[in-house]
Ligand binder design. Structure first.
Ligand SMILES: Nc1nc2c(c(=O)[nH]1)N[C@H]1C(S)=C(S)[C@@H](COP(=O)(O)OP(=O)(O)OC[C@H]3O[C@@H](n4cnc5c(=O)[nH]c(N)nc54)[C@H](O)[C@@H]3O)O[C@H]1N2
Ligand SMILES: Nc1nc2c(c(=O)[nH]1)N[C@H]1C(S)=C(S)[C@@H](COP(=O)(O)OP(=O)(O)OC[C@H]3O[C@@H](n4cnc5c(=O)[nH]c(N)nc54)[C@H](O)[C@@H]3O)O[C@H]1N2
Ligand SMILES: [Mo]
Length: 782
């Protein structure tokens, strides 16, 4: 480790790292006005016990050959050399390509990986696969698949997701922010690719200081900073559409809607307004739990000034998650402020720190991935369906498609055993594959379900260029530590595999990693940077701690502002050229779960006699997803080593539960342990537990549950949002809770399989789960 400070970057902030006898010291970038506590996790990246220190293979695969195998997730791992594992893997690639063609390889490889323009794991893998003639990939994101599918039909583009009205405009012009799903400060700590300055808290403070008012619509009070003095509408989870339609009802009933805007800029206004007739505040009150009078008053306030309605991405990650976004756009259309400074609608403000930044349109240094000759895609959250139902037909965004027969699964930079729903089902799905390859720095649960685990460096062990479209600079990411053990960069591993498959020259173009980083920088410096008048030093000077300032983009909503100024000169790319409050195209798809206009559906995950609470499974405050769960900031939040679950004190009292206790959560899908935290920041009847605790079925087996640590995705259901977007619905799940009795088993998942853990406990090879069956619908392991 270097004993002088080295500049580096992460999805949660830029920092310097300094090696010392006590380990790695991490200091935030001096320009960051609000550094993220997530920096406290960084040092754990070099914590050897959790790291994959050399390539490993699963014994059953190595000895018995490829094929569907229920032992996946329940087998030993053997350390092997790089050459022997890459030889075997190349042979397996040749077999699969011969038997099933390129579509038999699944290389969607969804996930956040690490910051860094060159070593971006997905770009590396996708380039490798494109060199081979392509592979089945994924379309859409776990984050906001509903917006990606819906927005093109309604406003002709996903631009509102990418370049909404900037914070600077909200700060200056907005009178009322209606924040559906809140503007949680914790989410704005993160932005994909890096975030040098955390500006969102300051922006919100400035808007408030100027006089903007905030209304928080969420089951949780702390989805908005207390200093913003927001009015809190603590609605029932999954009922936002009812609230938004009722607000629309009031506008129309009281003639506060903007007829001119509806006439010039929308289509279907008449039919949509007619559909609101029954959607009175009195109708919405028992559904949402929000008093009718509160709804009426809010509608009047919204019509009285400049109003921004923003819907967080989380709301889309529920069954029928397309509806609240469409209802919010329709409500904003009734108010007639779409395209005006500080008005209209947003989707995902504060869902990351990048949304609402004035993003530079300047191209960034980019490792070319080449074109994908195959162009075969599955909706990203349908991975288990695809593995379990090869050849089966499914509906997606107006098309009928068929799942390919996936035989080889290749992942780099993602953790499906964190991000996917219903992990017991995912385990059956992985058992159906013939070979699973994972590049990972850590022994994640996905690595523990793979046949081939390729030991990967973390970004701290590499040099790279740090930059993101929503950030204000390009910075040099220096190497903080030499590679741990025999870990290699994704690039090096893929280059050697490409060589064995006859495409080495095409993949590398004769450059090693260091040469590529320099090449990408110099190419950018001579091209886009020069054209934009951006001053950038030569790489030799930039490389050690260099930073280059990037220009800011525009403040207003580019597409919608132009459209509003002149709808006929700048029509939207919808069939009507306008905002579609009613979409004939979507109606034409004939989907019962996504009709042609914003529609109310009762929540799929609602309390019933058996599961009397709704759990919000949202993104964590103490880490990025599952990354560095063993880091200091994440570990500090644990309760008896378990992931915390928050509950209202009255809900706990009714069940005789106490703060600090280990509890069992059970849903229709599965069960886990969690550590109880009490808080009156939640609506009663609602629990909250973050995603990202590492799946620990070993501790689970000892406690009679599926996960002994608290991975919320053993509880969630694996169902698409609707036939339109087929997005992830992991945000909500109905559960029941009881006290855990008996000993609390140690968490085993932070030590390598087969290793002797911190407490002297030998961590099992992996899991004693013998009864995974390969047939869908049948029961799981016990
Ligand atoms: N129930 C529920 N589930 C959810 C959500 C929810 O709200 N509720 N949210 C969803 C959302 S929005 C998202 S985006 C997903 C996130 O899901 P993921 O993006 O899959 O989660 P991460 O933990 O970030 O996984 C990234 C993995 O990449 C590895 N990695 C880091 N750097 C490198 C590298 O350089 N090379 C390689 N090979 N690997 C690297 C990390 O160790 C980690 O295991 O989760 C989704 N899952
Ligand atoms: N610290 C940190 N920041 C992150 C991430 C992380 O892992 N850690 N992940 C990043 C990623 S990939 C993404 S996609 C974004 C996610 O951004 P979001 O999807 O917006 O974030 P979540 O935290 O999942 O959910 C936000 C809030 O929605 C509220 N909510 C849940 N259900 C409902 C409902 O039915 N109605 C209403 N009105 N509110 C509801 C919850 O109280 C929750 O706190 O965050 C990004 N930022
Ligand atoms: Mo996400």
């Amino acid at each position: 480790m270097s004993s002088r400070p080295i500049l580096h970057s992460s999805h949660w902030g830029a920092f310097t790292a300094t090696g010392s006898a006590e380990g790695l010291r991490v200091d935030p970038h001096p320009d960051d006005p609000a550094p993220s506590p997530l920096l406290g996790n960084v040092a754990a990246a070099l914590h050897a016990p959790t790291r994959v220190l050399r390539p490993h293979v699963r014994r059953g695969w190595w000895e018995d050959g490829p094929g569907p195998d229920p032992r996946r997730g329940d087998d030993e791992y053997l350390p092997v050399g790089w050459d022997e594992v890459l030889d075997r893997l190349a042979a397996e690639y040749r077999r699969v390509l011969a038997v099933g063609g390129n579509e038999a390889v699944y290389g969607g490889s969804y996930g956040w990986a690490s910051a860094g323009r060159f070593h971006h794991a997905q770009s590396q893998l996708h380039r490798f696969l494109n060199c081979l003639g392509g592979a089945t990939r994924s379309t859409g994101t776990y984050s906001h698949a509903t917006g990606e599918a819906l927005l093109p039909h309604v406003v002709g583009s996903i631009e509102p997701l990418l370049w909404p009205t900037a914070w600077a405009s909200v700060e200056r012009h907005t009178d009322l922010v209606i924040a559906v799903g809140g503007l949680p400060a914790k989410n704005s700590e993160v932005a994909s690719g890096g975030i040098t300055r955390h500006e969102v808290p300051g922006r919100l403070r400035a808007a408030r200081a100027r006089g903007a008012e905030f209304v928080l619509v969420s089951p949780q009070r702390d989805d908005l900073a207390a200093e913003l003095d927001a009015e809190w509408l603590a609605l029932r989870p999954g009922t936002d559409t009812a609230l938004l339609l009722a607000l629309g009802h009031v506008l129309v009933a009281e003639d506060r809607h903007d007829e001119t805007f509806l006439r010039d800029c929308t289509t279907g206004a008449e039919e949509f307004c007619a559909s609101l007739r029954e959607r009175t505040p009195e109708w919405a009150e028992p559904i949402t739990g929000i008093p009718a009078q509160t709804i009426r008053t809010l509608a009047r306030r919204a019509a009285a000034g400049r109003t921004m309605i923003t819907v967080s991405w989380s709301i889309g990650r529920t069954r029928h998650g397309e509806q609240p976004l469409w209802a919010a756009i329709a409500l904003a259309a009734l108010l007639g402020q779409i395209g005006l400074p500080g008005g209209g609608f947003g989707h995902g403000y504060a869902s990351t720190g990048g949304v609402g930044r004035r993003s530079s349109s300047m191209p960034l240094p980019t490792f070319p991935q080449f074109a994908d000759p195959l162009r075969r895609r599955i909706p990203v959250a349908r991975i288990a369906d695809a593995l379990l139902h090869p050849g089966e037909e499914y509906a997606f965004d107006g098309e009928r498609r068929r799942y390919p027969h996936l035989r080889l699964v290749h992942w780099a930079g993602g953790n499906p055993f964190h991000h996917h729903q219903d992990l017991r089902r995912l385990r059956r799905a992985f058992a159906a594959a013939e070979t699973v390859v994972v590049h990972e720095p850590y022994w994640t649960s996905t690595a523990r379900h793979a046949d081939v685990v390729l030991a990967t460096t973390t970004s701290l062990e590499r040099e790279d260029l740090g930059a993101a479209r929503y950030d204000d600079r390009l910075l040099a990411m220096g190497r903080v530590s030499p590679p741990l053990g025999k870990a290699r960069d994704d690039y090096a591993a893929l280059a050697d595999l490409a060589g064995r498959l006859g495409v080495g020259e095409r993949f590398t173009e004769g450059r090693d990693a260091a040469e590529w980083v320099e090449h990408l920088y110099e190419e950018w410096r001579a091209g886009p940077a020069r054209r934009a008048g951006v001053e950038a030093p030569p790489y030799a000077r930039f490389r050690d701690g260099g930073e280059v300032a990037l220009p800011d983009g525009t403040t207003e909503h580019v597409l919608l502002a132009a459209f509003r100024r002149d709808p006929s000169a700048a029509p939207l790319r919808t069939p009507s050229g306008r905002i579609e409050l009613v979409s004939a195209r979507v109606a034409g798809f004939g989907y019962a779960d996504c009709p042609g206009l914003p529609t109310w559906f009762a929540p799929a995950e609602a309390p019933d006699a058996e599961h009397d609470l709704v759990l919000l499974a949202n993104n964590p405050a103490t880490r990025l997803h599952s990354q560095l769960d063993h880091g200091a900031t994440s570990q500090r939040s644990k309760v008896q080593g378990r992931e915390p679950v928050r509950m209202h004190p009255r809900d706990a009292e009714r069940r005789g539960l106490r703060a600090g206790q280990v509890v069992v959560l059970e849903s229709r899908q599965g069960s886990c342990l969690a550590g109880l935290v009490l808080s009156d920041a939640l609506r009663e009847g609602v629990l909250q537990m973050s995603t990202g605790a590492w799946f620990d079925p070993v501790a689970g087996a000892a406690a009679g549950v599926d996960c002994g640590h608290g991975n919320v995705n053993v509880l969630t259901a694996d169902v698409g949002t609707s036939a339109l977007a087929q997005g992830c619905t992991g945000q909500h799940v109905a559960v029941r809770v009881r006290a855990h009795t008996g000993p609390v088993p140690p968490v085993t998942v932070f030590a390598a399989p087969g290793a002797v853990g911190a407490e002297g406990v030998s961590s099992p090879a992996w899991v004693p789960l013998r009864t995974i069956r390969s047939t869908e619908g049948e029961s799981h392991y016990s």
